[in-house]
Structures are given as C-alpha cells and as structure tokens.
Design a protein around this ligand. Sequence first.
Ligand code: KIV
Length: 280
Amino acid sequence: MPEPSSNPIVAAGNISNPRKPVTVPDFLSARSRGVKLTVLTAYDYTFAKLLDSAGVDALLVGDSLGMVVQGHDTSLTVTLEEMIYHTHLVARGTEHALIIADMPFMSFQVSAQQALANAGRLVKEGFAHAVKLEGGRRTADAIRAITAADIPVMGHVGLTPQSVHRFGGFRVQRDAEHLMDDALAVQEAGAFSLVLECVPSETAAKITSRLRIPTIGIGAGPSCDGQVLVAHDMLGLFEEIRPRFVKRYAELGQAIGQAVEEYCREVRAGKYPGPEHGFK
Ligand code: KIV
C-alpha cells in the first residue's frame, strides 16, 4: 500500500495536476490508494477560499449552519432556500474541493420526487457537486431517485442531528446492528460515501470494513476512510457546544476577541487611524 501523501490535493488523486478538482471517483478510489479523505464545513465565500486553498478534499455546506451561523439550538429550521444561498457562496470561493450540500429537514422526506427536485436545485442554483441526506433505510428511496438522475449522494447515519428530538439530545448511537443495516441500505441505494457521526469506534471500523464506499467519520474513531469536522468547532469559533471528538486546531475566537479589544482601545485613545492610514 502506498504511503499516504501529505499533500491533500495530491492525496485526492491528482498527482499530475495538484490544482485539478477533487471528484467523486477520487473519493471512491481513496481507500485503494491508501489515502484518508479530509472534509470540513464551509458556509460562505471567505471560509471556502481559505479552506480550499489549504487543500481540504471536500467542503460540506452543512445544515449545521443553523447553529453556528444562525444561532439556533438545532438545524431543523434551516430552509432549502438558505442552503442554496450558502452553497452558492461557497462555490464562488472554491477552486478544487468537492462541494457537498446538505439537504435540510423536510426537503427530502415527503417523497422521492420531492427529494430529487430539491437536490436538483442545490446543483443548478447552488452549484453543488453532490448532496448529503441524513438517515439510513428510510432514505433509501430518496437516494435511489437522486442518484438515478446522476446527482451523487453522500449518506449520513449514526447521530443524525435532524433526529435530535427523537434521540432526546445529541447522543452517541450504539445499536451496532441497526447502524450496519442503515449503512448497507445507503450503499445499496447508490450513495458514493457515508458520514458516520458519533458511533463507537469499533462499530465504525466494522461498518468501514464491510462497505465498498468510503466512510467519513465525525466522532467515529480512526478507522474511517476520512474525517469531517465543523470548521467553526475545530478553529475555536463556536463555544456553545464542545463535543469530546473535536480537536481544536486553533483558537480563532480568542484571537478575534483580542484584535477587537485592541481596535477599540486604539480608536478610543486616538492611536488609530495613524498618518499612514490617511490620504493626502
Ligand atoms: O451539518 C453538518 O455540518 C454535518 C456534519 C456535522 C457532518 O452534517
């Protein structure tokens, strides 16, 4: 097995041209090439540009934006129009990452036809390359309808945040047999990858070894084929919930607080703007 490349763009399979866009086939071949996939959430142009330039393989326009951008307690209120808007902003800042748009609550549950029509809007109006749907066996019909129209689908099982009220909170999902059945149903319906959220590492390892499609873990241990995190969590920008599985790679919230305090001090003291900031 080849050594995993330290360059994530090359890692996604574009050795001859490091700036070539990451594709669904790159995801599907990642395991056989011995590379781990990297996914982060993005909701706007500036973040998309920063994360894309740093070499992340895929940007997920997650409905987590309901919490980290809009300030709600759950993602349930996010609308399809909002997802299209944010996906479009992310697309403007992205050159090579695969753009995956979340299908928000009630945009795919009513019927497979409704799911297909709404997935189509995320691609046509939002410029998504793929969509993500939460749920296992119960979403199989929707996944089949969407993939039949050649729109790639990422599945999502385990702690599906749109089910928060049924779960009674954001809780680790431990029913290994149920999770395996859901994962297999998503794969058989035609998904190209599967998010496993908050499941025990051992269960995630078993599901990963049973599936042909790559698993992307979040709170699911190291055996998954890739990892996804909410960018606001790993960059230290979101304080309300601090899940145990998040590693904070930066403390940008603190850095922003310090910068703003300094700005306020300097303006109040007459130190900013200085002569170099003015026009002659
Ligand atoms: O909405 C989201 O950001 C997600 C990830 C946490 C996987 O679904």
